[in-house]
Design a protein around this ligand. Structure first.
Ligand code: SF4
Length: 234
């Protein structure tokens, strides 16, 4: 026994690696994400909450086509922004949140960019982003992990939250912040930003294909023998 090691030390938890390997074997490697600058990722993530991925991409394309630059988007009337993001959920609310956030970023930094965040530590970036109305832990996690900032974080969207709750990795009452904290404790320290991104993409894909919000296709699921919710249905 290693000197100083406790007889009662917790055994290593490999459940996240096991989950990753099973999903990778089942779905194959996800298509690599197009990496955006932090501001573009921020705009996309703010608009994409509770909106399907295809619709979110359509909204971003539409914003670029209608306004040309993010400065034009910031300066546009709320009604025009609302019209351009109509394919997203809650366009009235998101149009106000988006315009306000872009104005506040400009006011705080002097110009409309989030590139300066690259010089901040990850936790400071997330705190900075989460001060904006409509920005929570999911959006801040997406910006730091998916964008060119490329930091260690796990984006917990509604698919990810639902699946790890069903698997029993976190309690059913856990929110996105508590879930991310727990999953980051479980994630191997060797998993860098790219691996954490791939892990999220696989879990999200599973939530879109087999472990849907209103339908659990457990009979075909590669996780059935390790899943609390799936096991309870057998
Ligand atoms: S076994 Fe069922 S509930 Fe569990 S992850 Fe698979 S589809 Fe979801």
């Amino acid at each position: 026994m290693t000197p100083g090691a406790s007889l009662f030390a917790e055994p290593p938890d490999h459940r996240l690696e096991d989950l990753h390997e099973r999903l990778l074997a089942y779905y194959g490697r996800p298509v690599e994400r197009e990496r955006w600058d932090p501001l573009t990722q921020f705009i996309y993530s703010l608009l994409s909450s509770r909106t399907k991925t295809e619709a979110s991409h359509e909204v971003l394309r539409n914003l670029r086509a209608v306004f040309g630059t993010w400065e034009n988007l910031r300066d546009a009337p709320v009604a025009e922004i609302e019209e351009a993001i109509r394919a997203a959920t809650f366009p009235e609310r998101k149009a106000v949140q988006l315009k306000t956030a872009l104005e506040q970023i400009t006011a705080r930094y002097g110009t409309l960019t989030l590139d300066f965040l690259a010089s901040y530590k990850t936790e400071k970036i997330r705190e900075w982003l989460e001060r904006f109305d409509g920005v929570g832990v999911k959006t801040s996690g997406a910006v730091v992990n998916f964008s060119t900032l490329r930091r260690r974080a796990m984006c917990i969207d509604s698919h990810h939250l639902r699946i790890v709750q069903r698997l029993g990795f976190v309690p059913k009452s856990a929110n996105a912040r508590e879930t991310e904290t727990r999953l980051m404790e479980m994630a191997p320290t060797a998993w860098g930003p790219e691996m954490l991104d791939e892990h999220h993409s696989l879990v999200k894909l599973h939530g879109q294909r087999l472990c849907l919000k209103n339908e659990m296709r457990c009979e075909r699921c590669p996780l059935l023998d390790v899943c609390a919710a799936g096991g309870a249905r057998r």
